[in-house]
Design a protein around this ligand. Structure first.
Ligand code: HDE
Length: 688
């Protein structure tokens, strides 16, 4: 409604209705006019006395808090964890005791390198951090979507992050590792070679947060009521299956929809399609640890699932979007030190460093030690302690007792409780004080090779292309060659493919390994995305491009078949008002063609009469819709009328088994085809 006061400078403002509330200052004083500042006359200076304007602008000036130094761009969602298998024999953690019990959670997904306003589909590791509000305190599992890390010792973390983030002199490149500084650091730190293979793989360009795994990365401990400990690695297995996009697609998605991942999560939850992950544990003892080829304290190594199977013990369901992004997603503070009785740390030097870093960074980021008073961070179980005061103290104890021991018996007067209190695992520790790296951490290539040989050909091609792309962005040849010298120790095929991609004629000498790689580690299927893809098209999205005169039956059949599968369908047209179908009905559009390019869909269908196909053949966004879907190996259904568009984009004579002609085949046949996600065969016929 138009504001009367703005127009006539004094007429009464619109009446408040039962659903609106009187606007007030932060001090609670009702506000009569929020449009005009207090002035000395209509054209006179604004008066400093205007406490309403000053308060409003002062608050606005202080809206921002420092963004996270890493993982600045993220997206948080509420959910719950339900225990499906109790493990009292392994851990006395309260959360692991009663099958069927639900524990509330908050999960934040993130990219690592980009700033808060960067795009979602950067080639990057994704954070996967979950806070469990257990009845015995908060447990934060602060993991990533990749099970290994770049470095072995936390003291290298600032260097790693400085190298990948924008250069300090020029302030770019942003949200990407494709530059000299990162590859300089990586190639001078052979311990990061294994992780770079994961980072160059499609794991680093997930289709959605919903379709990726999560890993606690480090080895932790589970400790039972008798104080007995087992080692554990935590895994999140998505019920939705694994899926990624291709690199050329990622580049285009970032332009078409920089919020692609957060929008996907919001939309799925909003539609009631709640994503689920199973919590898996790999449990092992000292005997296994001693016999294992690598050091279980080395975060650049994983334990193949074939060697220690993943046991599923519970399910995480994400079922509610936040009410307020800042209050929840921005202010949530994960700390690896937040563990509960029954879970403990190990001597992994990366984990030990993290335990210092997270608490420290939260104090700066959230302005003081009372960030645990912010609702998203506060435990949901009772808590009593003598911590007091400080900035923004919200929970202030009553009464005179604020120290321990004391002889008062007034309530509340918290006391220690050895029966249920946290106890560190009684690990015998002894050693000489020295600044060293254990020799057991020295093998940097064997698991990189194992990762490589575990991939399908398509995935290997993508990894080699990833290295080629990134190293091609390095201006210094010596950096490119130094990285290549490491890849030569991983696998000849990889080194050759990258060398060819870069146009290297004289291969460098292979890097000298600190320890000879093991070359006979067997492949592990669990490391491949394509071997662990979804079995249905559920949760995916079809882009249905239609034009005036489109066959109403074909459109309806496609919509029905995909909805029955549990997939979403977005209608795309040349104009946002939609299209008039063959039966005279109007089909409203979800996207105009240039706002809904095929890169934001998992599969596409084109239904249009020939005349419209001819007009659209001259439309650049329509051409891109078709040629990108084809190049990105997507399944394509089409009516005859789309042929002029196919001709204009050069694919009319390349019709393949990933394309289905409606009429000859049904919408249901197309759904079946789409369950394969991509028609990878097509990719082998393309270069670049
Ligand atoms: Fe983090 N990391 N990290 N990290 N990390 C942060 O804490 C740090 C590491 C991870 O959604 C920071 O609250 C060090 C591994 C996630 O809010 C900071 C080291 C893994 C998130 C920090 C690591 C992670 C962070 C920045 C090397 C996977 C986002 C803001 C020893 C297991 C959490 C913050 C969220 C965030 C430090 C390495 C995961 C600075 C020193 C390995 C998912 O404290």
């Amino acid at each position: 409604m138009k504001d009367a006061k703005l127009d006539d400078g004094g007429a009464p403002r619109q009446q408040t209705t039962a659903r609106t509330k009187t606007m007030t200052t932060a001090q609670g004083g009702p506000i009569a006019d929020d449009q005009n500042s207090l002035k000395a006359g209509p054209r006179g200076p604004v008066l400093l006395e205007d406490h309403i304007m000053r308060e409003k602008i002062f608050h606005f000036d202080h809206e921002r808090i420092p963004e996270r130094v890493v993982h600045a761009r993220g997206y948080g969602v509420h959910g719950h964890f339900e225990l499906t298998e109790a493990i009292p024999e392994l851990s006395c953690a309260d959360i692991f005791q009663r099958v069927g019990e639900k524990t509330p959670t908050f999960t934040r997904f993130s990219t690592v390198a980009g700033n808060k306003g960067s795009f979602d589909l950067a080639r990057d590791v994704r954070g996967f951090a979950t806070k469990f509000y257990t009845q015995e305190g908060n447990w934060d599992l602060v993991g990533n979507n990749i099970p290994v890390f770049f470095i072995q010792d936390a003291i290298k973390f600032p260097d790693l992050i400085h190298s990948v983030k924008e250069a300090p002199d020029r302030g770019f490149p942003q949200a990407q590792s494709a530059h000299d500084n990162f590859w300089d650091f990586a190639s001078l730190s052979p311990e990061s070679v294994h992780m770079t293979l994961w980072q160059m793989s499609d794991r680093a360009i997930p289709r959605s947060f919903r379709f990726m795994e999560g890993f606690g990365v480090h080895t932790f401990r589970l400790v039972n009521a008798e104080g007995k400990s087992h080692y554990v690695k935590f895994h999140w297995k998505p019920r939705q299956g694994l899926q990624s996009v291709v690199w050329n697609e990622a580049l285009k998605i970032n332009g078409a929809d920089p919020d692609f991942h957060r929008r996907d999560m919001w939309d799925a939850i909003d539609a009631g399609d709640f994503p689920k992950w199973d919590l898996g544990i790999q449990v092992f003892d000292d005997e296994f640890a001693d016999a294992f080829e690598f050091d279980i304290l080395d975060a650049t190594k994983l334990i193949p699932e074939e060697q220690v199977p993943v046991r599923l013990i519970g399910t995480l369901t994400l079922d509610a979007n936040v009410d307020n992004f800042f209050a929840e997603t921005e202010q949530v503070a994960f700390c690896t030190q937040n563990i509960v009785r029954g879970i403990d740390h190990t001597n992994d030097p990366l984990l030990q460093g993290r335990n210092f870093s997270y608490l420290d960074t939260q104090i700066k980021r959230l302005g003081g030690p009372n960030f645990t008073h912010i609702p998203i961070n506060a435990p949901k179980c009772p808590m009593h302690h003598f911590q007091q005061d400080g900035h923004m103290a919200m929970h202030n104890p009553r009464g005179r007792v604020n120290y321990e021991p004391n002889s008062w018996d007034a309530e509340p007067n918290p006391r220690e409780n050895p029966k249920i209190g946290f106890e560190s695992y009684a690990e015998p520790v002894e050693g000489t004080k020295q600044r060293v790296r254990s020799e057991t951490f020295a093998d940097h290539y064997s698991q990189a090779r194992q990762f490589w040989i575990s991939q399908t050909e398509t995935e290997q091609r993508h990894i080699a292309n990833g290295f080629t792309f990134e190293l091609s962005k390095c201006q210094r040849e010596d950096i490119r060659l130094r990285m290549l010298s490491h890849l030569m120790n991983v696998h000849d095929d990889l080194a050759q493919m990258v060398a060819e991609g870069l146009g290297v004629v004289d291969m460098p000498e292979a890097a000298t390994p600190a320890r000879a790689p093991i070359t006979d580690l067997p492949p592990s299927d669990a490391l491949s995305i394509l071997k662990n893809g979804p079995k249905t098209f559920a949760g995916r999205k079809l882009g249905l491009f239609i034009a005036d005169g489109a066959d109403a039956d074909q459109v309806a059949a496609l919509e029905k078949a995909f909805k029955d599968e549990g997939a979403m369908v977005a209608i795309v047209t040349a104009q946002i008002f939609g299209a008039t179908l063959s039966d005279g009905s109007t089909k409203p559009a979800d996207e105009k063609i240039d706002g809904g390019p095929s890169v934001v869909f998992d599969a596409v269908a084109l239904v249009m009469p020939k005349e419209e196909g001819e007009t659209l053949a001259l439309n650049k966004p329509a051409q891109d819709f078709v040629s990108d879907a084809f190049a990105h190996a997507k399944f394509i259904a089409y009516s005859d009328g789309a042929m002029p568009l196919f001709k204009a984009t050069g694919i009319a004579d390349k019709i393949d088994d990933g394309m289905l002609k409606l009429g000859d085949k049904s919408a249901k046949d197309f759904v079946k085809l789409c369950r394969g996600m991509r028609f990878w065969e097509r990719e082998t016929k393309m270069t670049g």
